[in-house]
Design a protein around this ligand. Structure first.
Ligand SMILES: [Zn+2]
Length: 360
């Protein structure tokens, strides 16, 4: 994770905090001290914000641990100033599992609310203390309790891809195909996001940011789910490219440049003694030219640990893996024999062709 500070891990899930978070704390400190707030009061606000984000981490762990029960790992949890994100390696396809994974986050906030309210009942807290908005050792727990309730309610708004939207999608997907369910939930999400943006524009810039985030997130997930539903049932061999350009591992980059300019290819298969050993992309060629010039060898700039996939592998899974590892191309083998390449762009083309033909 770039630009993020590693905080620690629990049950194999790493937690990071994004650098922009420091801006939030800095803003709290500077804006309040300019208004002449005593240092001790500012300190309590900072403590409150940190405690609130600890609750957000627990919310994300709710999702991560629920997913773990279904054998789905979480790459990491990253905290941003507008909230946390648990990056699951994939989402459960079974609607009932998705329902549990989505609901587990807000459920954590409801439990935290119950516990914190319980503490308040125990100490005989007087709600009149909250009349003046000021965080202090006496008021921090009631504020945290209400913040957890707000977090739970806010996340349950059915604006896909927020938790409430995922719950809605899961309910719809029990009866409808997943792509259709996503389309409906995404549409409702975008509609609600517009309200967030409009309302936020005049009242609260953070709400506006969240609205934009929901709007773009909904669009991305709808197209992603559509792509997945088109790829369903296909194998790697269906999208295999058997025409490709090769380049010798001991060739100079000038040779690669020549091939690049004379063909449509943006990727080359690197061969050594007639065996495919790696890939060389346009970006790698450009980097090589910058660092070593035209006479630099392919060997020094090619990717010699390429992703290798078998012809019988599920195209959807492979596509997902390539996206997760940011691989644009993979070598396809069958019983150890190299057959051709699989190219992300080519998979996208494959989807376009299949959807145009309206696959039976
Ligand atoms: Zn959540």
């Amino acid at each position: 994770m770039k630009f993020a500070l590693y905080l620690g891990s629990f049950k194999n899930v790493k937690v990071f905090i994004h650098w922009t978070f420091s801006l939030l704390l800095l803003w709290i400190i500077i804006s309040n001290s300019r208004q002449g707030m005593p240092a001790m009061d500012i300190l309590w606000i900072v403590v409150f914000v940190l405690a609130l984000f600890a609750c957000v981490v627990m919310h994300e762990f709710g999702h991560a641990l629920a997913a773990q029960r279904y054998g789905i790992q979480t790459k990491d949890i990253v905290l941003y100033p507008i909230g946390g994100v648990a990056r699951l390696e994939k989402l459960p396809e079974d609607p009932k599992q998705e329902l549990w994974v989505a609901i587990a986050g807000p459920l954590v906030n409801i439990i935290l609310f119950a516990i914190l309210s319980g503490v308040l009942g125990f100490t005989g807290f007087d709600l009149q203390n909250l009349e003046e908005i000021k965080i202090s050792p006496q008021t921090i727990i009631p504020y945290l309790a209400s913040a957890n309730l707000i977090l739970a309610i806010f996340n349950l708004i059915p604006a896909f891809p927020m938790d409430g939207g995922r719950i809605l999608r899961a309910f719809l997907a029990i009866k409808l195909p997943r792509a259709k369910a996503t389309q409906i939930a995404g549409g409702i999400g975008q509609f609600l996001a517009m309200f967030f943006i409009l309302f936020g524009l005049f009242n609260n810039p953070i709400l506006m940011l969240i609205g934009i985030f929901i709007f773009l997130g909904a669009a991305a997930e709808v197209s992603h789910t559509q792509q997945e539903s088109f790829l369903k049932g296909f194998k790697v061999q269906d999208a295999l490219m058997q025409k490709f350009q090769i380049i010798g591992i001991d060739a100079p980059l000038s040779k690669a440049v020549e091939k690049l300019l004379n063909s449509q290819a943006t990727h080359f298969v690197v061969v050594k003694d007639d065996v495919a050993v790696g890939t060389l992309s346009r970006d790698e060629i450009i980097l090589g030219l910058k660092e070593g010039g035209e006479s630099a060898l392919v060997e020094n700039f090619a990717n010699l640990t390429p992703m290798k996939v078998e012809t019988f592998e599920d195209l959807n899974e492979v596509w997902r893996k390539m996206a997760a590892e940011k691989r644009k191309v993979a070598l396809v083998v069958e019983n150890g024999h190299f057959l051709g390449i699989l190219d992300q762009e080519n998979i996208a083309e494959f989807v376009m062709v299949k959807s145009a033909m309206n696959r039976p």
